[in-house]
Design a protein around this ligand. Sequence first.
Ligand code: KIV
Length: 290
Amino acid sequence: MSTTFTLDTSTSRANPTPAPMKRLTVPAIQRRKVEGKTDEPLVMLTAYTARQAQLLDPHCDMLLVGDSLGQVIYGLPSTLPVTLDMMIAHGAAVVRGSYHSLVLVDMPFGSYEASHAQAFASASRVMAETGCAAVKLEGGRAMADTIAFLTQRGIPVMAHVGLTPQAVNALGGYGARGKSQEEHAKIMDDARAVASAGAFAVVLEGVLEDLAVAITDSLDIPVIGIGASAHCDGQVLVAEDMLGMFERVPRFVKRYENIAETISNAAERYAAEVRDRSFPTADQVYRPKK
Ligand code: KIV
């Protein structure tokens, strides 16, 4: 079933959508890094729903439909159980809710690692059924051939190296990477390999800052940091983390709001008014016109 419907502004609760703007493209994102430097850092946030996309879109260059939705939206223990169908449903919603940002969708665990054919089948489904402009996949040198296979067939790929959450069982946790010389060299090699393979950009997650600086300076493609360095060509955060939706705040997150408290306070006031019958008032009920 196709999920690439457009947003029905007559039934949406949101304000009418703004006049469609020309969306940022993969080449436009790449052009932001000139001779190894990015003057204006690229802004990327995760988005999982149409309404969230509408609110974030005007402020971002890229919206990532991250497989972190497994934990953030579905309460799963990791990103591993996330399916292609989940990514496609949320990806299509984010495309419907945005006009300006480039939308990219994460390839979930198990949907691309087995073979080039599997990766192409999964990525082409994601692109066709969501209308997104690119996919993101985790892995460095081991995934370089797959990245080349996809990009040569018209599927732009953002790579993801450093701390790669889909490999949590192999890595033994979510701790920062690049602490030993060996790990430092491996992550540098991973970043170079995905860039040579044709990735248009790379997410660099959870690495020591000196490594993030060295990788950013040595690649021609934009390096988007998360738990990396302000020196990167751009930054990404999970929107719910920076909005303050959760109690646990990882070191690399800065909270710009406390949305959990806002929601909890509103629910508490609503519950009290339902219980003492002060809601609904005359303003919220239907009565015959006089
Ligand atoms: O899934 C995700 O949200 C991500 C970002 C944190 C980079 O991969």
